[in-house]
Design a protein around this ligand. Structure first.
Ligand code: ZN
Ligand code: ZN
Length: 344
């Protein structure tokens, strides 16, 4: 829990949450540490009120069920998209729960999963069953980084076999995107400033790697490696520089997908739109993934084509979470840290 933005968080005893009529309480078995949590702790997210408990990419066991929930019962192994949808607004009715008009995000709109228990809204709309053979640490990442990458590459990006895909930023979302694009038959160019991140990208299927510290312009490097530019390019980090480089590295009629968050004081980010006109580029956003579209992703995990388990590089206890949260700002690191609140 933190009581002031940017000041050290602490582990406290708080009352156990209770489920809403449409919701559940989940006993958290694993919860991922994400750069979005760091943004929230720093005060970059207007949805957060203090004091606050972060945590939005989780997996666990249903502990208590609201009286109106019909599809889930205590003991079920579950995960959840970080966007919990209402299930009834026009966007939800259209199947676009990831942009629900009345969404609630655990760890942002209400207390999250850096805790032993977390309450989740509209369980029948949002819960996803975790396959029996998947561990909780792996499942935790499905709700945020892995599903975000899957939607960005497959659903929004419409990746096709044989295409060149550039991924700018190889943290949790970026490495997931590399793996997913490669599994779909694309040739991937990974871009990052960290040799360790690039080594992981190569391990997960990147055909080419660009060390951004070693070139003057990463977009030029991507265009040279891909014979004129990527067909699909992602800014998986979220910065004005990586966003612009992603757009500038596209070929004619290419698609840019913005997956990394772009907080800024006035809510705007410069984008090279003149290039988008001249080359007929598509500029797309991507925001989580609706629970009902998880089966296509889970089938690829089940077949072994996707290995989200390989993305988890360390597990820590809740007591170590405050320091790890603070460290996300300066050293986001390569790979993914998962918190196990029950300390096994
Ligand atoms: Zn996240
Ligand atoms: Zn809705």
């Amino acid at each position: 829990m933190f009581e002031r933005y940017g000041e050290p968080a602490g582990v406290r005893e708080v009352p156990d949450p209770r489920p809403a009529g449409h919701g559940v309480v989940v006993r958290v078995e694993a919860t991922g540490l994400c750069r979005s949590d760091w943004h929230g702790w720093m005060g970059h997210d207007p949805d957060i009120t203090l004091p606050h408990v972060p945590g939005h990419e989780l997996a666990g066991v249903v502990e208590a069920v609201g009286e109106r929930v019909t599809g889930w019962r205590a003991g079920d192994r579950v995960t959840v998209p970080f966007v919990c949808a209402c299930g009834t607004c026009p966007s939800c009715a259209a199947g676009d729960q990831q942009v629900c008009e009345r969404q609630t995000q655990p760890g942002f709109h209400h207390w999250g999963s850096f805790a032993e228990y977390v309450a989740l809204d509209h369980a029948d709309v949002n819960l996803v069953a975790v396959p029996d053979d998947m561990d909780y640490a792996t499942a935790a990442g499905l709700g945020c980084r892995f599903a975000t990458a899957f939607r960005a590459v497959v659903q929004q990006g419409r990746v096709a076999a044989g295409e060149w895909v550039a991924v700018h930023g190889c943290g949790g979302v970026g490495l997931s995107a590399v793996m997913i694009a490669a599994a779909c038959g694309a040739r991937v160019v990974a871009v990052d400033v960290s040799p360790h991140a690039l080594a992981l990208a190569r391990k997960f299927g990147a055909a080419e790697c660009v060390d951004a510290t070693g070139v003057t312009d990463t977009a030029v490097a991507v265009r040279e490696l891909t014979g004129g530019g990527a067909h699909l390019s992602l800014d998986a980090l979220g910065s004005p520089a990586t966003c612009a480089a992603s757009v500038d590295g596209l070929r004619r009629r290419g698609r840019h997908v913005q997956a990394g968050l772009l907080p800024s004081p006035d809510g705007t980010t410069p984008v090279p739109l003149a290039r988008a006109i001249a080359l007929e580029l598509e500029l797309l956003g991507s925001h989580g993934m609706a629970a009902h579209t998880y089966p296509a992703m889970l089938r690829m995990v089940r077949s072994g084509a996707l290995r989200p388990d390989l993305l988890v590089t360390s597990t820590i206890t809740l007591d170590a979470a405050p320091a790890a949260l603070a460290a996300m700002g300066t050293a986001p690191g390569a790979g993914v840290t998962v918190i196990e609140p029950w300390g096994r």
